[in-house]
Design a protein around this ligand. Structure first.
Ligand code: SF4
Ligand code: SF4
Length: 373
């Protein structure tokens, strides 16, 4: 009987992803986001009782929990409690990597995925994140490897005007510390671009072509490097699938829980009306599923199957930032185009046994990488 109940429960689980804010406070003040959230918007301490979170997630007890902030490691007590209580079924953390020593090794071993924020080469990372940050993140990555961390260690880059996508991604690969590299364009938050078009045409697009060529040449030599936007987009073509919309699944299968128990559709939609979906007391995972959706113009876009509308936040806020939205579309279309052009060559490599099809199915489940930069 117990087995039957657990089977029924298992058939009904959603495997959703929850960004669990441990605090709104941050110990850095990166150029992109300006550090801590205002305490009245994203409290710096968790205000709800853990039992409330437990009963909220009871319906979805295999859920993935992504510890998030601010800097999540500023509240390690909360992380310990969530893991010790066995809340959720899979753990992910997105951290700036400065405080990894604050959490004991046994908790790191329970993490399925660790995303360390690093923008590539030393000079780029330190310019945007602060002096010495690069060195500390690399030290943390080495520390996690030394501990024997066997999960997925992802370098999470923010890409801005000083980024050279080829040099920065290949630099991170050359450290041999990370299983995967992912990047996100600094377009949502930023009006810092001096000349985005020039950078896109003269730097980013040629850099993407070069990076893709490098990636394919390396596969030919039997080395598959984990470049999330490449595999994440390509898998829709290789497996004849359709990207979730949006690919990060914000508002459909991924939600964020603020330290005051409010549930929002995407972790940066902290103060917008459309983002607020309820609270852990008033809501249930079942009611949340598919709550916010991507519509026009994306659903009629020629690359919707691969792009999925890219980012729910940009999509919802595109009225005030139409220019940024359209620029992002141009970059996404370029990336999708070069990947699709490379598809026959990838099939050729698959045919020659240089790589296995299953190895190109990444990510297998939502690990909080947004796929489309
Ligand atoms: S490229 Fe732009 S319009 Fe097309 S699906 Fe992506 S976000 Fe939407
Ligand atoms: S990609 Fe956009 S919608 Fe998705 S989590 Fe990031 S900011 Fe939110």
């Amino acid at each position: 009987m117990v087995c039957l109940i657990s089977l029924i429960k298992r058939l009904n689980v959603f495997y959703m992803l929850y960004f669990l804010f441990t605090t709104g406070k941050c110990n850095l003040n990166c150029v992109y986001c300006g550090g801590s959230f205002k305490e009245n918007v994203v409290p710096w301490k968790v205000k709800y009782d853990l039992e409330k979170l437990k009963s909220f997630l009871d319906e979805d007890d295999e859920a993935a929990i992504a510890f998030y902030g601010g800097e999540p490691l500023l509240n390690t007590d909360f992380i310990r409690k969530v893991i010790d209580e066995g809340i959720g079924g899979r753990y992910i953390i997105q951290t700036n990597g400065l405080l990894v020593n604050k959490l004991e090794p046994r908790y790191w071993m329970k993490m399925d995925t660790v995303l360390l924020s690093i923008d590539g080469r030393r000079k780029v990372t330190n310019l945007y994140r602060g002096n010495g940050v690069y060195e500390r993140v690399i030290t943390s990555a080495r520390y996690l490897r030394k501990l024997g961390f066997k999960g997925d260690l992802i370098a999470r880059m923010t890409v801005s005007e000083r980024t050279n996508i080829f040099k920065d991604v290949t630099h991170l690969i050359s450290t041999k510390l990370f299983d995967h590299v992912h990047w996100q364009l600094d377009l949502v938050w930023s009006d810092r671009w001096r000349n985005l078009e020039k950078w896109a045409e003269e730097n980013y697009k040629p850099g993407l072509r070069r990076l893709l060529r490098f990636w394919i040449n390396e596969i030919e030599k039997g080395r598959l490097h984990g470049i999330v936007p490449f595999t994440g987009i390509l898998k829709n073509a290789l497996f004849n699938e359709k990207s979730p919309a949006p690919p990060c699944e914000a508002g459909t299968n991924a939600f964020a829980i603020l330290p005051n128990g409010k549930i929002i559709a995407c972790p940066i939609a902290i103060d917008v009306e459309w983002g607020f979906l309820g609270t852990i007391e008033s809501c249930s995972p079942r009611k949340l599923k598919g709550k916010v959706e991507i519509g026009r113009p994306c659903v009629s876009c020629e690359i919707f199957r691969f792009c999925g509308g890219r980012c729910l936040y940009s999509y919802m806020e595109r009225e005030w930032s139409l220019e940024a939205f359209e620029k992002a579309c141009d970059l996404t279309k370029f990336l999708v185009e070069i990947l699709l052009n490379a598809e026959p060559e990838i099939w050729g490599l698959l045919g020659k046994g240089k790589v296995k099809l299953n190895e190109l199915r990444y990510p297998k489940t939502n690990n909080s990488t947004e796929i489309v930069p």
